[in-house]
Design a protein around this ligand. Structure first.
Ligand SMILES: Cc1cc2nc3c(=O)[nH]c(=O)nc-3n(C[C@H](O)[C@H](O)[C@H](O)COP(=O)(O)OP(=O)(O)OC[C@H]3O[C@@H](n4cnc5c(N)ncnc54)[C@H](O)[C@@H]3O)c2cc1C
Length: 389
């Protein structure tokens, strides 16, 4: 009888990256996804060089060439008057950190990861929801539900890559009061044709606009035919699931701000609401043969654009821990956890701090803007070099 597979729960970016890393390390991998179809939300995703290097190591470079756009700069601008505070030279990243800054349509990256995982021999089952598990020194029994009812699957190990509301995390009981926490922040996301955006905002660059209690990031995607934009705003903003551009501008008071930015917001026919949640920091992710990966382990605010990047880094560390060498599954998961928890916590905290910095108002915002100008684009990029190395 074949050995039980490693089961990855969740086929998001983290789960698929884990499936690739584990099959590359020689494991038999089964990935289970509760959705009937593997599809990401319609939105953009920035992947920084630290995660880009991992994707390259996974052999994805040819696929990335086809689907990624490489912005040559990141412009930091003041939302009120449009003043450029700094222009970060992103184009140098490939030679400096071994991979460029890339932006993707999320669905394109997820498809590329899925194809790679399947080509390496991983199995992916959709329409399968995991609800719990039990384990002993011989293995894990995972309880799953699908159209054909409830079944129990045997696993050599289980990787909970099932996102912020992870059921595997709940089953692990790693800390007290481990419920999702409402962060009091709302993200509004939009994708729209680039020709509807103001001409001054169509270049192959990422734009970051800072305003009091809110910021907006936008960049072109694919062949620069569409714009991905996300506005992150303190508070609930509006109860609607979707707002048109004029409604969003009114809801966040952006109508008083820079005319090009306002035109960009109004160009999107529909902004979709995404309330942001967190969970307590974890110093342990594993118990025995069960561990966590990605948002299930370390959900983070999007201010450093590192959530998916860290899930990809987790996958690489997991693959390394499972490389043939004779150590037990428990020891491999301990090694994985030891390699990852400190960096994940540092980035969770750094990301929260970045949020305060982005959303400053009054004299604090004036001081921040002076500091950004004094540092300049190269200095601002160097400030985050610890992330990208
Ligand atoms: C507004 C916003 C902007 C962002 N921008 C960036 C960015 O630019 N760069 C970046 O790196 N990160 C970014 N992030 C963070 C990033 O989106 C997440 O960190 C990343 O998608 C997490 O991936 P994951 O695979 O861990 O979890 P998820 O994407 O949540 O995937 C979990 C999967 O598990 C499945 N699942 C859940 N429960 C079960 C179950 N019980 N059984 C079976 N399957 C289950 C789900 O259906 C899902 O497919 C952003 C986040 C937000 C909110």
């Amino acid at each position: 009888m074949a050995a039980a597979p490693v089961i990855v729960v969740g086929a998001g970016i983290g789960g698929l990256a884990a499936a690739i890393a584990l099959t590359r390390a020689g494991r038999r991998v089964l990935t289970l996804e509760r959705a009937e179809k593997i599809e990401e939300v319609g939105a953009g995703l920035q992947i920084s060089p630290n995660a880009g290097r991992v994707l390259q190591e996974f052999g994805l470079s040819p696929a990335l060439e086809k689907i990624a756009l490489e912005p040559h700069a990141l412009d930091i601008r003041r939302a009120a008057d449009g003043a450029t505070l700094a222009r970060l030279p992103l184009a140098a990243a490939r030679s400096r950190w071994g991979a460029p800054f890339r932006v993707f349509h999320r669905a394109d990256l997820q498809n590329a990861l899925l194809e790679k995982a399947l080509s390496l021999g991983a199995t992916v089952r959709t329409g399968v929801r995991c609800s719990g598990f039990s384990q002993d020194e011989d293995g894990v029994r995972l309880i799953v539900h699908s159209e054909s009812g409830e079944e129990t699957l045997d696993a050599e190990a289980v990787i909970g890559a099932d996102g912020l509301r992870s059921s595997i995390r709940s089953g692990l009981r790693l800390c007290e009061n481990d419920e999702p926490i409402d962060l009091g922040l709302t993200a509004w996301r939009a994708l729209f044709p680039i020709e509807t955006a103001p001409a001054s905002l169509r270049e192959r660059a990422t734009h970051l606009w800072l305003g009091p209690g809110a910021h907006i990031v936008h960049y072109p995607l694919r062949d620069a035919s569409i714009v991905s934009a996300v506005a992150i705003i303190e508070g609930a903003t509006a109860p609607a699931e979707s707002l048109n551009g004029e409604e969003l501008a009114r809801a966040i008071g952006f109508e008083r701000w820079n005319a090009d930015l306002r035109a960009l917001i109004e160009a999107a026919p529909a902004w979709r609401r995404w309330p942001l949640f967190g969970r307590p920091e974890l110093v342990r992710w594993s118990r025995g043969r069960v561990t966590l990966l990605g948002d299930a382990a370390h959900p983070m605010t999007p201010f450093l654009a590192q959530g998916a990047a860290q899930a990809i880094e987790d996958a690489a560390a997991l693959g390394r821990a499972f490389e043939p060498g004779g150590q037990s599954v428990e020891a491999a998961l301990d090694a994985y956890q030891a390699a990852r928890t400190q960096r994940a916590i540092k980035i969770q905290r750094g990301s929260r701090r970045q949020g305060f910095y982005f959303h400053m108002s009054g004299p604090a915002a004036v001081a921040r803007d002076l500091a950004i100008r004094a540092l300049g684009g190269a200095g601002m990029l160097a400030r985050n070099a610890w992330l990208y190395r």
